[in-house]
Ligand binder design. Structure first.
Ligand SMILES: [Zn+2]
Length: 276
């Protein structure tokens, strides 16, 4: 007996094919199948869209992970994917679901007129696909090799920073000024620690005197016992990469006064994935 669902031919089909900026590098074995330069991307199902309307799941990264699994089934474990692929993956899913136009609105800096314009998301994909993550830093005399953090590591850092901010707002209620400064100092110290942990996680190997050290504990000990300049150099390098690895601000002319505005394209998932 033929068990094929007569509706099967109406199931969703891949809408576009994505070339991952990482080209599949840094994926742990077994977490990526298919050709990383040509991955089929499906549009979201009704269930996927509901995931994006669930604030808690969205916030913890759970909904993003579940939607990636649904729309790009070749990515078997989105938690372990390198963070630098995530924006391309989200843009591709949005294109597959709603098309490549993204409406952005801005207020003209010169005449305060409200403007709306369309951004072509496929340009963002081309931009990311042409980038290369620079994973080498020379910290005289050491050669440091970096690896981008995974989506899980990235999400954890975001969550920890958010939690610190939440606690800060709570404790800054109605207390005297001198106490406030102390709380603020403490907050920045802790936030700095969370960020430093994030940078440390991205150090993959350190080459010294013809020996390559890849033991995380030994690398950690080196960071703790070295001059601050080493760490600052790595930090600056990673911060620069981060600036490069996001959709670049767009130059858009105001429709009223023709002033050229610089407009940020925001991938804020709470509105990026829910069509209003
Ligand atoms: Zn204007």
């Amino acid at each position: 007996m033929d068990n094929t669902n007569p509706l099967a031919k109406y199931y969703r089909q891949p809408k576009i094919y994505l070339s991952l900026p990482s080209k599949g590098k840094w994926y742990p074995e077994g977490t990526l199948t298919g050709d990383p330069t040509n991955l089929p991307v499906y549009g979201m199902t009704a269930m996927d869209e509901i995931m994006f309307k669930t604030p808690d799941a969205l916030f913890s990264g759970e909904s993003i992970v579940s939607v990636i699994k649904s729309c790009i089934p070749d990515i078997k474990d989105p938690w372990s994917m390198p963070q630098l692929d995530i924006d391309s993956v989200l843009v591709a899913i949005r294109i597959a679901t709603y098309g490549q136009k993204l409406e952005i609105s801005f207020v003209c800096k010169k005449c305060a007129e409200s403007n709306e314009t369309d951004f072509d998301l496929s340009r963002a994909l081309d931009y990311f696909a042409g980038l290369e993550w620079d994973n080498k830093v020379f910290c005289n005399p050491l050669n440091v090799t970096l690896k981008p953090y995974t989506y899980r590591e990235y999400t954890n850092i975001q969550l920890q920073s958010y939690e610190l901010r939440r606690m800060l707002n709570k404790s800054l209620g109605d207390i005297e000024q001198s106490k406030k400064n102390e709380i603020l100092d403490n907050f920045y110290k802790k936030l700095g620690q969370v960020q430093a942990e994030g940078f440390k996680k991205q150090i993959f190997t350190v080459e010294a005197d013809d020996t390559v050290v890849d033991n995380p504990q030994q690398i950690n000990e080196w960071i703790q016992n070295s001059e601050v300049q080493f760490f600052d150099k790595i930090k600056k390098h990673l911060e620069k990469q981060r600036e490069i690895w996001k959709i670049q601000p767009q130059k858009v002319k105001c429709h009223k006064c023709e002033h050229e505005n610089t407009v940020n394209v925001d991938l804020d998932t709470s509105n990026f994935f829910v069509k209003t």
